[in-house]
Each structure stands twice: as structure tokens, then as C-alpha cells.
Design a protein around this ligand. Sequence first.
Ligand SMILES: Nc1nc2c(ncn2[C@@H]2O[C@H](COP(=O)(O)OP(=O)(O)OP(=O)(O)O)[C@@H](O)[C@H]2O)c(=O)[nH]1
Ligand SMILES: [Mg+2]
Length: 245
Amino acid sequence: MADTLIVLPTFNEIENLESILGRIRQAVPAADVLIVDDSSPDGTGEFAERLATDDAGVAVLHRTEKDGLGAAYLAGFAHAIDSGYDYVIEIDADGSHNPASLPAMIELARGGVDLVIGSRWIPGGQVRNWPWIRQVISRGGNAYSRIVLGSKVHDLTSGFRVYRTSALTPERRASVSSQGYCFQVELAWRLERAGLTVVEHPITFVERTLGTSKMHVGIVVEALWRVTVWGLTRNAPQRVSAGGR
Ligand SMILES: Nc1nc2c(ncn2[C@@H]2O[C@H](COP(=O)(O)OP(=O)(O)OP(=O)(O)O)[C@@H](O)[C@H]2O)c(=O)[nH]1
Ligand SMILES: [Mg+2]
């Protein structure tokens, strides 16, 4: 059995699915793939089923309603852990993340890293086809989060990752409360705070050319709001336990 599960979340990605799946299967043929579809109205879920019929390494998890990226990934992680995989991977279905980066990222995880983050904002990393305003929001939001949270990670919002499944304990998964980009920030930060090894690997991110973005202003506001609250309260629990118990 494969020891790595790639979780591919989809919402209205019918134009992108076959291409990204083909690229994943080519780059990492030994890994299994779980497509997690939230009942996409464009028929992505049914199309995913057809693709899975032809390929024993591909399965589909259908969820009844659009419930956000974070919830889709948590469902995928639970499946990976229950099925006994050692590594679980996050990758967007819109083609922004190049599966060719995965062998190097998986190698780092096999070498003992708990979380490998494909990073746009370290030397060697880059973004193609983004308007300047998105670059400013992503760079600015990441710099702000890094400082406020006291994190060492430069691309906390990146959704291209390899996790060692042992890092995703039930408590850590249950403690994640956010959606959107903030889900990524929260999970990386929780693992970092737990003392696990988090390493960034440079990637080239290419903006989608087909389909529509699910990004909206509420996602950015949620992230800024939550990061600020975590930053303001992050030392509180330590103070209590150090002083009293
Ligand atoms: N299952 C599921 N997948 C989702 C949901 N929201 C987004 N996705 C998927 O998550 C991935 C990232 O979403 P995108 O729309 O590309 O969002 P983004 O990358 O933040 O924004 P862009 O850079 O504008 O594309 C894609 O594969 C989406 O199909 C959701 O609620 N449920
Ligand atoms: Mg995208």
C-alpha cells in the first residue's frame, strides 16, 4: 500500500481536474489521491468519480455542501489517518501548485520534517501572473502574521504542503477553528508551537487560468482578525501555568 495520500479539494474545478490529476499521477505515481468535492454544482464530483473508476489509486470523498477549504482538508486528513498513511499532502486543484515540486518536498518529510511548506516568499520561491495588489496582500498578510505570531514561517498561507500524519493528532485537528487561508495559518502555527519541525521549500506559484477563484474579502478579514487575536493572547496560557501550577 502507498504510504502517502494527496488530498485534492475541489469546488467547481471541472475544467482543471483532469489536468491536475494527470500531473500529480505523473509526478508522484506511488502516492494515492483523494479528491474531496463539496457537491460542486458544475459536476466536478461526478467527473471525479469517472476519473477514479479508471485509476485504482484515486478515490473521491463527496461532501454534501460547500463547507470551506479547512473542513474539506480536515475530512481528508481524517481519512488519511484512519487508513494508515504516513504522509498527507495538500495541493490546490486549480493548477497553481506544480506537482513536480512534490518529490523534493516528500523527501524532506521522509528525512524527518513534520510539515513541509511549499513557499512563495523565500529565496527561490516566486509567483506568476498575480496583479500587484494580490502580491501586496499576500506578502503583507504573511509578514504581519509572522511577526504577530512570532512564527519563523514566511508563507503561512500557502496551501501546498506535506504533513507527517503523526503530527496531526486528534487534539490538534480538533483545535483548528478557521476556514479559508486562515486554516493554513492556524494549523502551521499550532504545529510550530508544539515544537514540531516545520521547513519551507521554494515553489513557483502560477495563478489559475481556468475556473473562478473562491477567494473573497471575507477570507482576508477572517485571517487578519484571528491572527491579531492569537497574537494578543498567545502568551496568556503560558503565564498561567508558569505562575500558578
Ligand atoms: N472541497 C472544497 N474545496 C474548496 C473549497 N473552497 C476552495 N476549494 C478548493 O481549494 C483550492 C483553492 O481554492 P482557490 O479558489 O484556488 O482559492 P485560492 O487559491 O485561494 O485563490 P486563487 O489564487 O484566486 O485561485 C481549489 O482546489 C478549490 O477548488 C470548499 O469550500 N470546498
Ligand atoms: Mg487558487
